[in-house]
Design a protein around this ligand. Structure first.
Ligand code: NAD
Length: 297
């Protein structure tokens, strides 16, 4: 068990994750560039640090939950970030969704000063962060994995060891690429069905008991009115924003280019989500692709 935990990045996800750590009895010291995000946590008992270097100085473990590559590189910076002051054996856990190659670079930097790094992106979204039921996809040595499981259990219900550093990110990116492709495919099929005169409920019934079935058709159908309690039935509010999906697909694109993997549908999905953002749908749930294809504003 760790006596003092640092947390950097107290946004939509990190704010809830940090609160869960506090509520499970961990002593917490936090940092965010956004003052009001910090105040939310100090109001319920967290201490604050004035920058990442100060935060790393007196903790045994740090969790970070930042938007993307550059924010993570800035916070971990070897000259004035976490890596400039973390003591030997400190465990740095990055739960942001970023490029697996950036995670691997940071792990190498950390190793030079005897600091341990693991990547541990999550799936589950804001509600799972709130309820402490996230899935953590962990990349790192078996020893480091075993060490962090109890801490991650304070924020999640499923903690999976995916392999060495970077493999948590690899698993997350592969899953999200497949999700984007299957969501677009579902939206296309339901648009086509409707234009051919088919009742979408009948189509859902057929697809979900046939070979076209997938998570997007069965549990998150993008057609309004098929399922209650999904974003498509609530004007595409809440859920997983189209802008975040586009960001993840951008990471997929650059990771695939580095290893020369062919991802024709993943690349197309990236461009479709970029167009969706240009159309003004950045903040809508990613199932908005249904309305985008249908041609609605
Ligand atoms: P967010 O933008 O709400 O929060 C990010 C926080 O980081 C903000 O509070 C911001 O002020 C802070 N920050 C930015 N730069 C900083 C810096 N240099 N130093 C300190 N703090 C800094 O993002 P989020 O929705 O919480 O997502 C965080 C990560 O989790 C992203 O990588 C995202 O892709 C991933 N993720 C999000 C969801 C989701 O549904 N929101 C689901 C799974 C994974």
């Amino acid at each position: 068990c760790f006596s003092r935990v640092g947390f950097v990045g107290l946004g939509n996800m990190g704010g809830h994750m940090a609160r869960n750590l506090l509520e499970k009895g961990h002593k917490l010291i936090v940092f965010d560039v956004n003052e009001s995000a910090v105040l939310n946590l100090t109001a319920i008992g967290a201490d604050r640090a004035s920058n990442p270097a100060d935060l790393a100085r007196d903790v045994e473990v740090v969790v970070s939950m930042l938007p993307s590559n550059q924010h993570v590189l800035d916070v971990y910076d070897i000259k004035n970030g976490l890596l400039s002051s973390a003591k030997r054996d400190t465990l740095l856990i990055d739960s942001s969704t970023i490029d697996p190659f950036v995670s691997q670079t940071l792990a190498k930097e950390a190793e030079k000063s005897g600091v341990r790094f693991i990547d541990s992106p999550v799936s589950g979204g804001v509600n799972a962060a709130k309820d402490g039921t996230l899935t953590f996809m962990v990349g790192g040595s078996k020893v480091n994995f075993e060490l962090v499981v109890p801490l991650l259990k304070s924020m999640g219900s499923r903690i999976v060891h995916c392999g060495d550093v970077g493999m948590g990110q690899a698993a997350k990116l592969c899953n999200n690429m497949l999700l984007a492709v299957s969501m677009i495919g579902t939206a296309e099929a339901f648009n086509l069905g409707q234009k051919l005169g088919l009742d979408p409920k009948v189509l859902a019934d057929i697809v979900n008991s046939s070979t076209g079935r997938c998570w997007s058709s069965e549990l998150y159908n993008p057609t309004p009115g098929i399922l209650d309690n999904v974003p498509s039935s609530k004007n595409y509010e809440g859920g997983f924003g189209a802008a975040l999906m586009a960001k993840d697909l951008g990471l997929v694109q650059s990771a695939a280019a580095k290893v020369e993997a062919s991802i024709p549908l993943g690349s197309l999905a990236h461009q479709i989500y970029r167009a969706i953002i240009a159309h003004g749908f950045a903040k809508k749930d990613f199932s908005i692709v249904y309305q985008f294809l249908k041609g609605q504003k």
